[in-house]
Design a protein around this ligand. Structure first.
Ligand SMILES: N=CN[C@@H](CCC(=O)O)C(=O)O
Ligand SMILES: [Mn+2]
Ligand SMILES: [Mn+2]
Length: 317
């Protein structure tokens, strides 16, 4: 596998409580790593894959640093309790970018995701900027060519930009065009959207693409209605690709992103939205993107992001 590196064993470390009881286990003690890219050989049905890249954020004039996120998020996950559901997780390493060749890195991610999915795994990708979604989404679409695959993006932004080259702001425009070229329906929901952070041009593009939009204000004032909208979106799908842009959270909870949200959807409400998606029986792929450790405060953002990943694994039916 090109443009790939294994996770060093030093990353998965934590507090050892096994002197208290055999089942006093944390993730660092239950996760498996491999020195080669070999998803079919690794145990469990959730493959953890890093995408160490922020070239898309750079091209989108954002604050870089997300390339370091996969390692920092693994470290934050390492010391969290490992319950039965977490034993399904194995670490298949990182896809890395060479110099500034984003397109090549996204293609490598696409191939790594496809290999994991073909090996019967579901994929949990730790980005990277939101350019992660172009590679991850393609890999999932490739794996299920005959099925109705829907994308749920928890994000303040639509990321439907039109640009001469791929950025962190273009992945869903790229996936929409790809679906059209493949004569597939583009099924896309953006939940947590800030009207203040998306121009009318982007909203027009969303309307043209028949995108389901659930605004941040709706999530805050009527979470049950927001859930109902998501359930309606999911009803007609075979598989779901869930992408969580951490800038959907408020800046006070998640300062460690390129574009912090002044309002945002707090983690406690986001978890209410996540539960029915995770338990739908259709969830095939999840990523957490845009985490930027260089902007974190005392590791609090990493803790919030890791808790979201931990909870997704626990609920993933
Ligand atoms: N993935 C990032 N998307 C946002 C960033 C917005 C900003 O930097 O303010 C976007 O392009 O709209
Ligand atoms: Mn965003
Ligand atoms: Mn985004």
């Amino acid at each position: 596998m090109k443009q790939w590196r294994p996770t060093p064993s030093t990353v998965w470390q934590g507090r050892d409580d096994t002197a208290e009881a055999d089942n006093a286990l944390r993730l660092f003690q239950t996760i498996t790593c491999s020195s080669t890219f070999s998803p079919a050989q690794q145990p469990g049905d959730i493959a953890l894959l890093g995408f160490a890249c922020d070239e898309g954020v750079k091209r989108n004039h954002g604050r870089t640093g997300a390339a370091q996120a996969p390692t920092v998020l693994r470290r934050a996950l390492a010391n969290m309790a490992s319950h039965a559901e977490h034993r399904r997780l194995s670490d298949v390493g990182d896809v890395v970018i060479e110099q500034t060749d984003l397109e090549q890195a996204q293609q490598a991610l696409r191939e790594a995701v496809l290999a994991c999915q073909r090996a019967g795994k579901r994929t949990l990708v730790l980005g990277g900027g939101h350019e992660t979604a172009w590679g991850h989404g393609l890999g999932v679409l490739d794996a299920f060519p005959q099925e109705k695959v829907g994308i749920i993006n928890l994000d303040a932004h639509l990321d439907l930009r039109s640009a001469p080259q791929a950025t962190s702001g273009t992945p869903f425009r790229q996936l929409a065009r790809h679906c059209t070229a493949q004569q597939r329906d583009f099924r896309y929901a953006c939940c947590g959207l800030s009207m203040a952070a998306n121009t009318q041009a982007l909203l027009d593009e969303a309307a043209y693409r028949n995108v389901t939009i659930v605004e941040d204000m709706q999530c805050l004032s009527a979470p049950l209605e927001a859930i109902a909208q998501l359930e309606q979106f999911m009803a007609d799908l075979d598989r779901i690709y869930l992408t969580i842009d951490l800038d959907v959270l408020p800046a006070w909870e998640m300062p460690a992103v390129s574009a912090p949200a002044a309002l945002g959807v707090p983690c406690a409400i986001l978890l209410q939205l996540l539960a029915p998606i995770c338990r739908s029986g259709k969830l095939q792929a999840v990523d957490l993107v845009e985490f930027n450790p260089s902007r974190d405060r005392e590791g609090h953002g990493a803790g919030v992001a890791a808790r979201l990943a931990w909870q997704v694994i626990r609920w993933w039916g």
